[in-house]
Design a protein around this ligand. Structure first.
Ligand code: HEC
Ligand code: HEC
Length: 281
């Protein structure tokens, strides 16, 4: 079976010398926010790669340019929508996010440390889980659908106020066992094609797969506005798509498995800047 996988990947992936490397380019948003798009790999994965790189470096010049200015970034329309939601009271308590958190810029520094251990709940929480916890327990409002539009918009707002700050999720202490579960998932070969995340995003980044330039599969740019489906895409929706591509049964967005995988994948980008909402193919 291993052989078949090798042959399959070899058939799928084509290396062309000229495009085997990501571009040499730098990203400054609004001529103001410097984004770290490549940096030394975090210690925990130094055996696997030397450098970690944002997916931005693997996109074409037009797609990259859209992220240089908020007026050109279609993802920012959704940030504006979320800003409205932030200030709108909802639920039985008659409160908005702003009632307790003031301006959305008070959330600067929050995105980079999620997923994060929540002591009171005794669990690792994604940003989506925390937002829904505030909606349910503090506002008396209905939770948002995990990968739905309202939720993606709010995560885009919370990412946008942290742009330029380095991803810095904790992988030790009470989060360690969740992180280890995520790492196991990342390296596990699944599906009819017996491919792991690492087979594509660690062994083959820089290569072409079908018509796509393979990146390291980083999540520092999430949520991503994709030109392909012209909307914001959340981390778990992206994971689901990639798992489905290996023809494996996929996990549910918001499931404990995907939370663990998200923590691990986030930790592979420790040191890269938050750049959501980013623009991708
Ligand atoms: C009634 C007050 C209240 C409202 C309304 C509220 N929150 Fe919170 N929120 C809190 C408190 C208190 C905490 C810290 C508690 C905790 O860590 O569990 C918190 C924590 C958070 C955090 C995590 C911050 C961190 O540093 O880890 C996020 C993100 C968040 N809220 C988002 C929102 C959003 C988005 C809304 C609106 C949809 C909202 N909250 C509405 C009270 C509120
Ligand atoms: C068969 C190869 C393949 C496998 C296996 C695969 N992916 Fe992907 N993935 C892709 C391609 C192709 C893209 C789109 C181009 C790119 O950004 O790399 C992509 C994109 C992504 C992105 C978006 C990156 C960005 O900057 O927007 C993430 C995140 C991601 N993959 C995570 C994963 C995870 C986690 C797994 C394992 C569960 C996985 N992928 C398995 C091929 C794969």
């Amino acid at each position: 079976m291993k052989k078949m996988t090798g042959a399959f990947l070899a058939a799928l992936v084509t290396t062309t010398y000229a495009i085997a490397e990501p571009v040499d380019d730098t990203l400054v948003v609004n001529e103001d926010i410097a984004i770290v798009t490549r940096t030394a790999a975090p210690a925990h994965m130094a055996d696997a790669v030397d450098e970690v790189m944002s997916g931005w470096l693997f996109r074409g010049s037009e797609t990259r340019d859209m992220q240089r200015d908020d007026f050109d970034n279609p993802g920012m329309i959704f940030v504006e929508k979320a800003e409205e939601a932030w200030n709108t009271a909802e639920g039985s308590e008659g409160k908005s996010c702003a009632s307790c958190h003031n301006g959305s810029d008070s959330m600067a520094g929050v995105r980079p440390v999620y997923p994060k251990w929540n002591e009171a709940a005794g669990e690792v929480r994604t940003l989506e889980m925390q937002i829904n916890d505030c909606r349910e327990t503090r506002m008396g409002a209905e939770p948002w659908k995990y990968t739905g539009g309202d939720m993606a918009n709010m995560t885009a707002l919370l990412a946008s106020v942290s742009r330029g700050l380095p991803v810095n999720v904790a992988i030790d202490g009470p989060a360690q066992s969740t992180w280890e579960q995520g790492r196991e998932m990342y390296y596990a070969r699944t599906g009819q094609l017996e491919l792991s995340c690492a087979n594509c995003h660690e062994d083959n980044y820089g290569n072409m797969i079908r018509a796509d330039h393979l990146s390291q599969g980083q999540i520092n740019g999430f949520p991503t506005y994709r030109l392909k489906n012209t909307k914001l895409n959340s981390v778990h929706a992206r994971f689901k798509g990639c798992v489905r591509d290996t023809r494996a049964e996929t996990y549910k967005p918001g499931s404990a498995d995907f939370v663990a995988l998200e923590l691990y994948v986030a930790s592979r980008g420790n040191g890269l800047s938050v750049e959501g909402p980013s623009v991708r193919n």
